[in-house]
Design a binder for this molecule. Structure first.
Ligand code: MEV
Length: 417
């Protein structure tokens, strides 16, 4: 059975949805016009499916839109390992996004804080009047918190009001921005202080998604190697950045495929990684008895309602493939896949190294970049793979040499190898 047939059967997709997935039906130009400005076309990124995932006991296919070689292969093979020898469990902590209303240079801090505090209920009620649809769906403003910040150059005090909002299944950026701007005049009127910026915060630490992966009875050498790799990331921000990039390799492609704002999620995850004052890895791996246990807990402001998720036909199909009905389910899947992706990278790094698997898959890219066409691509890739095995190194120059030789003398194998 071919790939699309299998997805169709497993995810119960319609013929139209399969045509959207395969590119047979392309998004109408008007869709792009609704999304951005000065549209000239679409930029296509390959969409693949990571397989073998069993998350919280449910088998699922993971749609990933990504340009980097080997991410989907690594996710699928690591998920296969986890499926055979372990498990993935996920959870969610909170569903509150944050809107910030800044009072940049407050004249009378104590008085302003007291007035906002006394009018907390009034302000929350007013705020909720601007999101009636959200309130009707069971969401809305849940709390209001005042934070006092010294100005960086010691010229006074800044107050920041956090409006905490349950966005239900939306990411909620537009909702919360509107609320903050709408209640700004009331805050100025009540406090006689000037309001500065009104904008959401991407550090959504009131909305966390977590996952735990266990590999039972792991080969102690591999387990120790992965534990040691996690320690390296804890000790060194230079390594932590790359470690976290490996986690995001698993998360960003799902966000892209489902039409979510990956820049927002990335910003939140990096800020959360630095919450102790030192940039840290967002995952941890430890040997517990004979088992390897990995954990992740990250801010995850994702949506499945509104915005691109509903406008872009591919995003709708991707959500159907995932089978999610709630935004929190999408957040939990992202955390799980990020953790599994990280496990795959650390296992490779701690054992055979990353080059072997990555470059082997990258050989086709090099062939195309060298100018190979049609059947030449497979031939150049094959010869590059042989060279990689022998010399542990391939490059674009090498790919160009091979292509040239093939074109000059199609049976140039012996010449180059
Ligand atoms: C490459 O895209 C990602 C890795 O560098 C992640 C890591 O080093 O952990 C392999």
């Amino acid at each position: 059975m071919d790939r699309l047939e299998r997805i169709k059967e497993f995810c119960r997709l319609s013929d139209d949805e399969i045509d959207i997935l395969s590119g047979e039906i392309r998004p109408a130009p008007e869709v792009a016009e609704h999304l951005i400005e000065n549209v000239v076309g679409y930029f296509s990124i390959p969409m693949g499916i990571a397989t073998n995932f069993c998350i919280d006991g449910i088998d699922m296919m993971i749609p990933m839109a990504v340009e980097e070689t080997s991410i989907i292969a690594a996710a699928s093979s690591t998920a296969k390992w986890v499926r055979k020898d372990g498990s993935i469990r996920t959870y969610i902590k909170g569903n509150l996004i944050i809107g910030q209303i800044q009072l940049p240079q407050v004249q009378n801090v104590a008085r302003a804080k007291q007035i906002i505090h006394e009018n907390r209920d009034l302000l929350m009620t007013l705020a909720n009047t601007y999101v009636p649809g959200l309130v009707a769906r069971g969401g809305g403003i849940r709390d209001l918190v005042i934070r006092e910040l010294p100005r960086p150059y010691h010229d006074g005090t800044m107050l920041v009001i956090h409006i905490l909002c349950d966005p239900c299944d939306a990411m909620g950026a537009n909702l919360i921005n509107q609320v903050c701007e709408a209640i700004k005049p009331k805050i100025e009127e009540l406090t006689s202080e000037k309001v500065g910026l009104c904008i959401l915060s991407n550090l959504v630490d009131g909305k966390l998604a977590g996952a735990e992966v266990v590999i039972r009875n792991i080969d102690p050498l591999v387990g120790k190697g992965i534990e040691e790799a996690a320690l390296f990331a804890k000790a060194d921000p230079y390594r932590a950045a790359t470690h976290n990039k490996g986690v995001l390799n698993g998360i960003d492609p799902i966000l892209l495929a489902t039409g979510n704002d990956w820049r927002a999620v990335e910003a939140g995850i990096h800020a959360y990684a630095a919450k102790s004052g030192k940039y840290q890895p967002v995952t941890d791996w430890k040997m517990e008895g004979g088992d390897l246990v990995g954990r992740i807990e990250i801010p995850m402001a994702v949506g499945i309602a509104g915005g691109v998720t509903k406008l872009h036909p591919l995003a709708k199909v991707a959500l159907k493939i995932l089978g999610v009905n709630r935004a929190e389910e999408l957040g939990r899947i992202c955390a799980a896949v990020g953790l599994v992706q990280n496990l795959g990278a650390l296992k490779a790094l701690a054992t055979v190294g990353i080059v072997k698997g990555h470059m082997q898959l990258h050989a086709a890219n090099l062939a195309i970049a060298a100018g190979a066409e049609g059947s030449e691509i497979a031939e150049v890739r094959e010869r590059l793979t042989e060279i990689l095995h022998r010399e542990k190194n391939i490059s674009l120059t090498r790919a160009k040499e091979i292509l040239e030789a093939i074109r000059v003398a199609p049976d140039s194998r012996t010449l180059l190898s």
